[in-house]
Design a protein around this ligand. Structure first.
Ligand SMILES: [Fe+2]
Ligand SMILES: [Fe+2]
Length: 396
């Protein structure tokens, strides 16, 4: 028999069980260790502990303050039927993580039993993109602080009507950012946590939108206290995004088509910004939006490669939304006018003509971008052009 485990004066109420358990693990079930120690009442405590843990207990004849423990099988029995929840890294992802893995960390040893926790989006081919871990790391590294990333004192006193145009555009942006926050936030709660990086990415995406809401509101109120208008057409367009229950379709309509169009809009606003703050806030938002679009495209590219029926569903989603919105005004006319004013930069007929042409060009640029992204998802050019034309006139 090996030397007894000497607990010194450490009692079972002070953590002695850690040393005892560690010693028991050095023998097989049925194997025996001896324990010695001087803590008051240690023998009685050991007897009770051993019974609770399923180990045998015996006095050692002729020895004081020394007891024998025989390792039981309870610990091994407890983990019989346990399974690994896939592997810890992204290469350990399984196709369909079961509901009973629930909130267990990916790669952990999951004790059998326990409540099933149902997460609706539990299919790798629906939610996953190999780009997700890298996009998440990039997103986490690219977080900026609205208080310091923008030079809020870079003041430019604008003519009142130009300032009003900025306020109107900012009001419209905030409305759209709110939709862009609510949608990923809702989706991420329905994604199985096994697809951790997708949840993390969507969480950071929601945080991005929170900052966009902040900086656009702050720019709107930089020189005044009143926001611009919100139109029925704009809100109706966004309402159709909020009610899309399907992960892929929601992400397609929001990220690929809506946020994709916003990339052009934000670039336009940065280019025609009448003041440095407007240029800064639209640039910061555009960089974030590019990531949101990249994930949408990447995950639908992956899904399209394994599900040939996907394109038909995407097409139907665009058509359905177009039909619902057919009788609505689309873009708030105040927003359209404000964009023309910003691009015109002056109040002469020639300048307004230039501004108007620039907004037409912006709409072409949005259309080009949508067609390119649709082509990446496998739509032939003529179909991509047709579908892009059906996109909401509200841009988002
Ligand atoms: Fe945004
Ligand atoms: Fe976004």
């Amino acid at each position: 028999m090996s030397a007894p485990l000497d607990l010194g004066f450490l009692g079972l109420d002070q953590g002695a069980h850690l040393l005892i358990r560690r010693a028991l693990r050095t023998v097989d079930a049925g194997g025996r260790i001896t324990v010695t120690g001087g803590a008051p009442g240690l023998g009685a405590h050991l007897r009770a502990w051993a019974r609770r843990e399923g180990h045998g207990f015996a006095e050692v004849p002729g020895r004081t303050a020394t007891w024998a423990l025989v390792r039981g099988s309870a610990e091994a029995d407890r983990w019989a039927g346990a399974e690994r929840a896939g592997g810890a890294g992204p290469d350990g992802i399984v196709a369909r993580p079961p509901a009973h893995w629930g909130l267990a960390a990916r790669g952990s040893l999951v004790e059998a039993g326990g409540p099933p926790t149902r997460f609706e989006f539990d299919d790798r081919d629906v939610v996953w993109a190999d780009l997700a871990p890298r996009l998440y790391a990039h997103a986490a590294a690219a977080q900026w602080d609205p208080a310091t990333a923008v030079d809020w004192t870079a003041d430019a006193a604008l003519p009142a009507d130009v300032e009003a145009a900025v306020v109107q555009v900012m009001t419209y942006l905030v409305e759209n950012e709110q939709a862009a926050l609510v949608i990923p936030a809702g989706l991420l709660a329905r994604v199985h946590p096994h697809f951790r990086e997708v949840q993390q990415l969507l969480a950071v995406q929601a945080a991005d939108e929170a900052r966009h809401m902040e900086v656009f509101t702050r720019r709107a109120l930089l020189h005044g206290s009143e926001m611009g208008t919100s139109s029925v057409g704009g809100r109706t367009s966004l309402a159709t995004l909020l009610t899309e229950p399907d992960f892929s379709l929601a992400s397609f309509l929001l990220s690929v088509l809506g946020e994709g169009s916003f990339l052009s809009l934000l670039a336009f606003l940065e280019r025609h910004a009448p003041d440095p703050v407007t240029a800064q806030v639209t640039r910061l938002a555009r960089v974030d939006e590019a990531r949101h679009v990249a994930f949408g495209v990447a995950h639908l590219e992956h899904q399209g490669s394994v599900d040939p029926a996907l394109r038909g569903r995407l097409r139907a989603a665009i058509e359905r939304r177009h039909d619902v919105l057919a009788d609505t005004a689309g873009l708030n006319a105040d927003v359209f006018d404000a964009l023309v004013v910003l691009a015109a930069g002056a109040w002469t007929p020639e300048a307004i003509a230039r501004g108007h042409a620039a907004v037409q060009e912006l709409q072409h640029a949005m259309d080009d971008g949508r067609r390119q992204r649709l082509a990446r998802l496998g739509f032939p050019p003529d179909e991509a052009a047709e579908l892009s034309a059906l996109h909401t006139r509200n841009f988002m």
